[in-house]
Design a protein around this ligand. Structure first.
Ligand SMILES: [Fe+2]
Length: 82
């Protein structure tokens, strides 16, 4: 879905739309990786703490980064998910 949106935004020279779709696309790839990792560890008793960026939805394990690598939001914008 997003690659098509990205192409249209680029053709229309809509930088804001392009940025939004690009961020969404990157975050969805991260989420897919985390889902797969969790599926691969079914049956293992592994507890993981997640942090979610309030701006872009980027999700990271263990600890929030100083700056979101996707949208550049500061660490204070990450919410711990229990
Ligand atoms: Fe972010």
């Amino acid at each position: 879905m997003y690659p098509i949106f990205l192409k249209v935004a680029e053709e229309e020279k809509n930088k804001e739309a392009y940025w939004t779709f690009d961020v969404a696309n990157q975050v969805e790839e991260i989420h897919a990786g985390l889902y797969q990792k969790k599926l691969d560890s079914i049956g293992e008793n592994i507890e993981v703490t997640y942090y979610v960026c309030n701006f872009c939805g980027n999700t990271v394990e263990k600890d929030a980064p100083d700056i979101c690598p996707i949208c550049r939001a500061p660490k204070s914008e990450f919410k711990k998910i229990d």
